[in-house]
Ligand binder design. Structure first.
Ligand SMILES: [Zn+2]
Length: 442
């Protein structure tokens, strides 16, 4: 049951907070983060820590929230068996077996309904944060459980089985509270999968309620970054400092929706009449780095001969068209490649590889050959026929020592390379072309 009790407005309380703040300033006591703008929001600011960001620089330079189209809606009526099956595809059948799938899936649906948040969002967040594995990584001491709940961030706001929060209404901060009586809030309950899912849904509900208020209060704050979804606050607390984590979660959510509707092989366009599908699920997908861009220093650098997709370790990679596998193996240092089986390539020591890492090449009609590089695992086998949309392996960072996991895709025709983005605009969010068509738009 959800109870959002509206208390009376808090002019009195604001006054006393201002008084306290004045006393702090008078005695020269600096409260980090809070003293700066005590009059602006009447609570102890929530500050996220240990936020994982994978492509900080590229993301900051290139991506604007408005480049993304509206996110697809979740179905009104959710079939729970279908949801659980989709969740297991997203998480991976080895990690989430039938029993765990049933347990996690049912808890996500129940608690998302209780707190009126989107279960596809809850699942996307859990996948992004832990790949659905409840085991706590030994080096992670601040964020707990499937969704990595930042216990220190929320603990001061949860008292007497309520999450107390504020929203800005008619020029005043109004105190609200969300009833959260099912489990106490502590490290153990955050770590336990079932209570983690309960608290994840509850905290998302609080941020959902607060999103416009937080946008108003923190718009001018230090390091504030525009974003499009309240899930950003999950990572950063009140003041969002990057929109990369929300892009990751929403991509995982789109993947889950595709698995739910069984629409994961998305038509991407065509190469001179050869039908293409997206190599990655959860379209549209963001271009991380463009074809032909100069990399490195002026004289010692090289051109980027493919396009990079923003993607995460472990995502499935699909053949973009029908064809025949013509290479499976690894790129070796100092030119040359080593042909091997998918399994051998998967086991091969990444430290002994060249820049391309583990890769697969496929020959299609119209002289097109496609190359998929930096893979983590390979399941495709050399010299076999393959269908568009068939899984060839997973995203990794093999051979790529300077960047996080991503998919590097090349289109080769004879000795030439072409820009894959030219042919797959339908499934891309492409910052370069977006900027060209939106030139002059403030
Ligand atoms: Zn690349």
């Amino acid at each position: 049951m959800i109870t959002c009790s509206v208390s009376k407005t808090v002019t009195m309380m604001t006054k006393s907070i201002q008084l306290v703040a004045a006393l702090f300033i008078f005695f020269g006591i600096a409260l980090s983060g809070y003293a700066v703008a005590a009059g602006k929001w009447p609570w102890q600011r929530r500050i996220g820590s240990d936020v994982e960001i994978h492509h900080k620089q590229q993301h900051e330079e290139r991506v604007k929230p408005e480049m993304w189209p509206t996110e697809p809606p979740s179905p009104d009526e959710i079939n729970s068996a279908q949801f659980i099956a989709a969740l297991r595809i997203l998480c991976g059948h080895q990690r989430v077996g039938p029993e765990r799938g049933q347990k996690f899936g049912a808890a996500i649906l129940t608690n998302a309904a209780t707190f009126e948040v989107d279960p596809f969002l809850v699942a996307g967040l859990i996948y992004d944060q832990s790949r659905c594995l409840p085991k706590q990584p030994p080096n992670e001491t601040r964020r707990y459980g499937l969704s990595r709940i930042d216990v220190q961030m929320h603990a001061p706001h949860i008292r007497n089985q309520n999450y107390d929060y504020w929203i800005f209404e008619n020029d005043e901060w109004v105190a609200k509270s969300l009833s959260v009586e099912k489990y106490p809030f502590n490290l153990w309950k955050a770590a336990n999968p079932i209570s983690n899912i309960y608290w994840t849904a509850a905290i998302l509900r609080v941020f959902k309620e607060q999103q416009t208020s937080l946008a108003t209060a923190f718009a001018d704050a230090f390091q504030h970054k525009p974003h499009r979804h309240y899930v950003s606050h999950w990572f950063f607390g009140d003041n969002v400092q990057s929109s990369e984590p929300e892009d990751r979660v929403l991509t995982a959510r789109r993947r889950l929706l595709e698995y739910y509707h069984d629409t994961q092989v998305a038509s991407a366009g065509d190469y001179h009449g050869v039908p293409l599908v997206s190599p990655l699920d959860g379209v549209p997908r963001m271009v991380l780095d463009d074809f032909n861009r100069w990399r490195g220093k002026k004289r010692t650098g090289h051109r980027h001969m493919g396009m990079d997709f923003v993607s995460e370790l472990d995502e499935p990679i699909r053949a973009v068209a029908d064809g025949k596998v013509i290479f499976v193996g690894v790129d070796m240092p100092n030119a040359g490649s080593k042909r091997m089986t998918g399994e051998e390539a998967t086991r091969f020591d990444p430290r002994k590889m060249g820049d391309g890492g583990r890769y697969v090449a496929i020959r299609h009609a119209e002289g097109l050959r496609t190359y998929y590089m930096h893979m983590d695992t390979i399941v495709a086998e050399d010299q076999t026929q393959i269908k568009a949309g068939e899984i060839i392996g997973t995203v990794g960072r093999s051979g790529s020592t300077h960047s996080g996991p991503h998919l590097h895709l090349e289109f080769r025709v004879d000795k030439d390379r072409e820009d894959p983005a030219e042919y797959m605009q339908k499934v891309l969010v492409d910052p370069k072309r977006w900027s060209q068509t939106h030139a002059g738009v403030p």
